[in-house]
Design a protein around this ligand. Structure first.
Ligand SMILES: [Zn+2]
Length: 139
């Protein structure tokens, strides 16, 4: 885990495209998804539950502003993703600084062709025991 002073998202080398007091936007390096944007807190945070409500509001203010600006231009809709995967080591692709991904989407786009066409199996119904086990965890 890098010290925050060495974190590229704390000191973005990429151009910051938009920002407000607590959050900022940079362009990802999406070879297959043009317009893939990263929206992140300015403060170095590694666990999503450490975000303050003000930081979450600032992040989602930027996300919704970008969606309104880009809908119909880079895609016909968007996915918002936030991956918390502490089991993966930091690399060029995975940094520990929390980011939200904004992915422009269109019907049967590249993401659909390489991944989502298989979702029927991924999102098949759980059996009763599996469903009850998950519900028990939420109590
Ligand atoms: Zn950072």
């Amino acid at each position: 885990m890098p010290e925050p002073t060495n974190c590229p998202f704390c000191n973005p080398y990429e151009q910051v495209l938009k920002q407000n007091d607590l959050a900022q936007v940079v362009l990802s390096d999406p070879h297959k998804v043009p317009g893939h944007l990263l929206i992140m807190p300015k403060r170095h945070i590694e666990q999503p539950w450490d975000l303050t409500h003000d930081e979450l509001t600032s992040i989602f203010d930027l996300i919704f502003e970008l969606e309104q600006k880009l809908v119909g231009k880079l895609g016909d809709g968007f996915d918002i993703r936030q991956s918390y995967r502490p089991f993966r080591p930091q690399s060029d692709i995975k940094l520990n600084h929390i980011v939200f991904h904004l992915l422009p989407r269109s019907n049967e786009d590249y993401i659909f062709k390489v991944a989502e066409q298989y979702e029927k199996e991924l999102y098949a119904d759980l059996d009763d025991m599996e469903r009850d086990a998950v519900i028990d965890l939420l109590k």
